[in-house]
Design a protein around this ligand. Structure first.
Ligand code: ADP
Length: 472
């Protein structure tokens, strides 16, 4: 179980981030160390070479003045002194004849491990710096020797062990190891903290998606207070969920409404058929029953066709026959038809249309829009009421058609709902002869498909104005 959790943790972005972060940190520290190491070892070597050269100059000067015995006794006394005060005697001295055979040699005891006879085999004139390695596995340090020819033709060689230099460098290496361990620990702990903190919105997001998957549809990602990309992602995600929820509940509501709307005509059709079948009536009675049946089925068909029309328009797949026409050509025939219906109720439709108003739209679809609006205007104006007015003109540089009635008006709380599919106003919903509750949804969807829009303004008891805006 623990191993499983560990493997799962290793696959997380957080863990990968920590790895990258620590890797980069250690790599940069390593590069810095290499640079510092090269610089330090170069500086230490230069310092050592400088002291050896200084020593060789001093001793060869003394040799020229006082001869070999004088020099040897001075160097020896320095050796004794350094031993007394437990100082490390740094330098190695070798006097050799002109043919490089050792005449005198002085060196600290701890340098026994160097094979000094090697120096007799290397011509001092050939190399400025001679390196004598230790014998066997005595250590990783060596003896660095330089030579100077004395006034009498003999050789003086002064050298120094690299041991103390190596010791400084290995201490430096050791401290670097501690630094690396410390860096790794810091990088891991701070990386863990930072990545967990930075990726918290992502984890919340995953948890929310899981909750939604389990059926908790109202789950939302906790809003972070940060305004970074992840905060923005969380905000957008929650917004998207809210929209999806609205759409789903809208669809569910539509489906419920459709089922509900279908039930009444279907029940009526069932009853008509049943009554006709159980009656002993003649052909006339059957004919009447069939006529009622056809009327009901037409109502259902109309509802289904309009519903399909609306969803086609809303999803942008409604085919539109774009053409340019004078708006009068559109308004006059529709008004003419609806004037007959209006007259039956003792109403009239008046028009105020600007001449030469040209629009580009689907003629039949916009005629349908105007027909729906006029149908409503007539339906929701009481018998023998005031006239209905159709106006067309330019407003805010867009072509507008207004359909104004002075009928019952719409209550303010209903204004936002009238565009919903199958919604029928409170005053009308019981009256099935009034309509399907799809007229305004169709108007809105058709205008949306045209990139236009529709607005409503209404005062209960005074009347309503619908405004259709054509795209510019
Ligand atoms: P319906 O088939 O019921 O007319 P609509 O979608 O055309 O369906 O209209 C939805 C509701 O909006 C109507 O039931 C009615 O309550 C209200 N309505 C629409 N037009 C008018 C209007 N001109 N005057 C008053 N109420 C209206």
């Amino acid at each position: 179980m623990f191993l499983k959790n560990l493997i799962a943790e290793c696959k997380t972005i957080g863990f990968k981030l920590i790895l990258w972060y620590s890797g980069f940190l250690v790599l940069s520290a390593f590069l810095l160390f290499v640079l510092a190491y090269v610089f330090l070892s170069g500086t230490l070597q230069r310092d050592d070479h400088k002291s050896i050269k200084q020593q060789i100059q001093e001793v060869s000067g003394e040799y020229d003045k006082g001869g070999p015995t004088e020099v040897m006794s001075r160097v020896k006394s320095e050796f004794v002194e350094s031993k007394k005060f437990r100082k490390r005697s740094h330098f190695f001295f070798r006097f050799a004849g002109p043919d490089n055979n050792t005449t005198r040699i002085l060196f600290p005891r701890q340098w026994d491990e160097f094979d000094l006879t090697r120096l007799e085999k290397i011509d001092p004139a050939e190399k400025t710096w001679i390196t004598v390695p230790p014998e066997g596995d005595a250590g990783n340090f060596s003896l660095e020797v330089t030579s100077s020819r004395l006034s009498d033709g003999s050789w003086l060689q002064v050298g120094m062990s690299t041991e103390s230099r190596q010791r400084v460098l290995s201490r430096f290496l050791e401290s670097f190891m501690y630094v690396v361990v410390f860096l790794l620990l810091t990088a891991f702990s701070s990386g863990y903290y930072l990545s967990r903190r930075a990726l918290r919105p992502l984890r919340d997001l995953i948890q929310t998606v899981r909750a939604i998957e389990m059926g908790q549809m109202d789950a939302r990602v906790p809003q972070t207070r940060t305004h970074d990309e992840l905060g923005e992602l969380v905000r957008l995600f929650n917004h998207m969920l809210a929209r999806i929820e609205t759409l789903i509940s809208g669809m569910k509501e539509s489906l419920d409404n459709v089922a509900h709307e279908l039930r009444t005509p279907m029940t009526r059709m069932h009853n008509i058929a049943e009554t006709a079948l159980s009656s002993e009536g003649g052909a006339m009675q059957y004919k009447e029953a069939l006529e009622d049946f056809v009327e009901e089925s037409n109502r259902i068909l109309k509802m289904l066709n309009t519903l399909m029309d609306i969803s086609e328009a809303e999803t942008g797949v409604m085919p539109l026959d774009w053409q340019e026409f004078n708006i009068r050509e559109l308004i006059d025939p529709v008004v003419e038809v609806y004037n007959f219906i209006a007259e039956e109720k003792g109403l009239s439709i008046q028009t105020e249309v600007d001449e030469e108003l040209i629009v580009r739209a689907d003629f039949n679809r916009i005629s349908q829009v105007l027909a729906n609006l006029l149908d409503n205007a007539i339906k929701y104006t009481p018998d023998k009421g005031l006239p209905i007015l159709v106006q067309a003109g330019i407003s805010d540089s867009a072509t507008v058609i207004n359909v104004t009635d002075q009928g019952q008006g719409i209550a303010e709380k209903e204004l936002s709902k009238i565009w919903d599919r199958l919604y029928r106003g409170a005053k009308t919903s019981g009256d099935t002869t009034k309509g399907l509750g799809l007229g305004l949804s169709q108007v809105k969807a058709i205008l949306q498909a045209h990139n236009g829009r529709v607005e409503v303004e209404s005062q209960p008891g005074k009347g309503t104005t619908f405004r259709i805006y054509f795209p510019q």
